[in-house]
Design a binder for this molecule. Structure first.
Ligand code: ARG
Length: 295
């Protein structure tokens, strides 16, 4: 898609959407699963699945997801790198807003090699890249989700991201960070158990949080805005949802949950992502949201 208009007198090649007539397209960063594998165990999902995923099936499932995402957004790709089998989970590359990326500082050495690859990609794409020290791990969009009205940044901590990293996020965007403590090792990233949706509701699995965090969520979302996910759906990564406007893209979930989402007016697109569940990720982990303005 063309993002510029040709220069002419009185027309300074502004991006099309800078005219405010056309909203900026949402862009997602994805990484083809050519080198994807479960080659170590850093979360409970990976245990028992070492080298147990099929390259062919993973490629097919990823392609279905890619097709679904390109229907609602732009997609840009980063090439996978040898030695970084989890690079497909681009949500963990960092967190971006307004052209600024806070790059992840991975908790486990197994994923730290990805940082240089993502740093290079963001630099080449023209983003301002900020770093977080290794003493204070931060795992990107996997653990940090903007409220849809932009009023605050919901930030998970515990299994991976440390709460001490949150100040780098509030400094980067001058935004209030609302900390959420993750207490169930199966839901080790915030995006595995919490999803603010664009109609002003929130989907979440309460037992993944401590009491203070549940209170914080409930203080921001009225009861009729809370979509409580069952354990069975949470284990299908139901909260790991890609949401643009009225479309939600997620792994297969129960008919009850997809029915609830449809009743709220969502178009529900289910994509089987079983090969990626073996590594502890699903739809939302496989994309990173970019504001797109720098492309
Ligand atoms: N195997 C990866 C890890 O444990 C999965 C990452 C899932 N990503 C996410 N955003 N939840 O780090």
């Amino acid at each position: 898609m063309s993002t510029t208009i040709s220069p002419s007198p009185g027309n300074f090649a502004l991006p099309l959407y800078a005219s405010k007539l056309v909203p900026a397209p949402v862009t997602f960063l994805m990484c083809p699963p050519k080198l994807y594998d479960v080659s170590y165990v850093i979360n409970p999902w990976m245990a028992g699945h070492l080298h147990d995923s099929s390259q062919v099936v993973a490629a097919e499932q990823w392609q279905h997801l890619h097709n679904a995402v390109t229907e609602i957004a732009e997609v840009v790709l980063v090439e996978p790198e040898p030695g970084s089998p989890d690079m497909v989970f681009t949500a963990n590359a960092g967190l971006e807003r307004e052209g600024v990326v806070v790059l992840s500082s991975f908790s486990h050495k197994e994923r730290q090699g990805e940082e240089q690859h993502f740093r290079r990609w963001f630099h080449q794409a023209g983003y301002t890249v900020l770093s977080v020290p290794h003493e204070t791990p931060f795992e990107g969009e996997g653990d940090a989700l903007f409220a849809v009205d932009g009023s605050r940044l919901w930030a998970g901590y515990g299994p991976r991201t440390l709460q001490s990293s949150h100040r780098y996020l509030s400094e980067a965007w001058k935004i209030e960070v609302a900390p959420l403590h993750l207490v169930d090792p199966r839901f080790y990233h915030l995006d595995t158990c919490f999803a603010p949706l664009e109609d002003g509701s929130v989907m979440y699995y309460p037992p993944a949080f401590d009491k203070a965090s549940i209170d914080r969520i409930e203080a921001c979302y009225a009861e009729d805005k809370r979509i409580i996910v069952t354990e069975a759906d949470a284990l299908r990564f139901a909260c790991n949802v890609i949401n643009i406007n009225r479309t939600v893209i997620l792994n297969e979930v129960s008919r009850e949950l997809s029915g609830q989402l449809k009743l709220r007016g969502f178009r529900v697109v289910e994509v089987v992502l079983s090969e990626f569940l073996k590594a502890g990720g699903a739809a939302k982990c496989l994309v990173m949201r970019l504001s797109g303005a720098t492309h």
